[in-house]
Design a protein around this ligand. Structure first.
Ligand SMILES: *Cc1c(COP(=O)(O)O)cnc(C)c1O
Length: 380
């Protein structure tokens, strides 16, 4: 991964992501595997990890669970979302936004996005509210947080539940409020690519509502209350958290702020270097630090596939999240009314491209990536 030499190789998923913590991870695996308690899930490390996040955020509760997807399902189930209910979600984003709703027997209703920020457009979300609407579920996207102050007001005015899909935005802050705590409940994902990604699967529900937290805690382990084993108060799921990963995430938590700061600096630098490229067909995301959190750095480009090929030829991996709007996916098209359109989501799917933004990119590597994008945009 050097810039010197014939041809750099900058992968989108760097193989040395956890190199600095390798010894620690191996020790945790051995200690957990040989420990007298033989506790591999929901033990003292999970409890310690939940407590550390709760204190850091000032949340009423944090419940670690199997994945970000599962966290969304647990929150919606705790809010009694089910058959006959509609949940308004962004038309552009990852499958769990719609899948979690469908899995509970409810109906996803798709709202279009803002063409530049690519987060859900609150006006379109409002237009799509019906008497059946039970909840709004906006999502933070790429580096931009959804407009939670407006969406919080909208949910309150219309008497709706509000779930914040903050799976990609752990560590982000908007108007002084940490990502995940703007609505009634938010979620985090610990899958590799996210801001607090780990060496496996995991997620969390974060909430200001202790009662909701208690229900989620029950639902993640088959409806048991944590006191009486094999007494099932509700039908739940298996969405328990792994002790090895809990200990590993506890170890990595103190370094998160610095890694996020480095990501923000890299993203800010790209945006500066791309500021004059808009009329050459390369659009950087909106600048600024409030309401931003860089899980990936996503620009928009008129000739996206050509830019991707140009980068690949020069050793820079890039990624297209997401090529299709959710209502155009075979799995969800049945929930789209005939003739309904989401013009901004369609256009984003054709134009987006994500660049590497992981914190241990060197300054020279960042410059090389920026130069390579500029070279493409400025070519005659
Ligand atoms: C990644 C992601 C999820 C799901 O998280 P997993 O841990 O992969 O299940 C949900 N919502 C958004 C917006 C995501 O980006």
């Amino acid at each position: 991964m050097t810039v010197q030499g014939a041809r750099p190789r900058l992968p989108f998923f760097p193989p040395d992501l956890f190199e600095a913590d390798r010894e620690h991870l191996l020790r945790i695996v051995r200690d957990t595997g040989t420990g007298p308690a033989q506790k591999f899930i929901l033990g003292e490390h999970t409890a310690g990890f939940e407590q550390a996040l709760r204190e850091q955020l000032g949340a009423a509760d944090v419940v670690a669970c199997g994945s970000g997807t599962s966290a969304l399902t647990l929150v919606l189930a705790a809010m009694d979302v089910g058959a006959g209910d509609e949940v308004v979600v962004p038309a552009f984003g990852c499958a769990p936004l719609a899948g979690s709703v469908v899995a509970l027997g409810a109906t996803p209703v798709f709202a279009d996005i803002d063409p530049w920020t690519m987060v859900v457009d609150p006006d379109d979300m409002e237009r799509r509210i019906t008497p059946r609407t039970k909840a709004l579920m906006p999502a933070h996207m790429f580096s931009v947080m959804a407009d939670m102050p407006r969406l919080t007001a909208l949910a309150r005015d219309r008497g709706l539940r509000l779930v914040e899909d903050s799976a990609v935005a752990q560590g982000g802050v908007q108007g002084g409020v940490p990502a995940g705590l703007a609505g009634e409940a938010g979620v985090y994902s610990f899958v590799q690519v996210k801001t607090f990604g780990t060496a496996g699967e995991g997620g969390a529900v974060v909430t200001r509502d202790a009662e909701l937290g208690r229900t989620v805690r029950m639902l993640r382990n088959h409806g048991q209350d944590g006191v009486h084993r094999f007494v099932h108060h509700r039908i739940g799921w298996n969405s328990r958290f792994d002790e090895v990963l809990a200990a590993f995430q506890l170890h990595r938590l103190p370094g998160l702020a610095d890694r996020l700061e480095r990501r923000a600096m890299i993203a800010g630098h790209y945006t500066e270097r791309f500021a004059d490229l808009a009329e050459r067909g390369v659009l950087a995301p909106p600048p600024g630090r409030d309401g931003r959190c860089s899980y990936v750095y996503t620009l928009q480009c008129d000739r996206r596939d050509a830019l991707k090929a140009h980068l690949a030829e020069r050793g820079v991996d890039s990624h297209v999240y997401y090529p299709l709007p959710l209502p155009r996916q075979p799995a969800f098209s049945g929930f789209a009314a005939p003739g309904d359109t989401w013009p901004a989501a369609e256009r984003a799917g054709q134009r987006i491209l994500s660049l590497p933004v992981y914190p241990h990119l060197s300054d020279a590597q960042v410059e090389y990536i920026a130069d390579t994008v500029r070279e493409f945009a400025l070519a005659p």
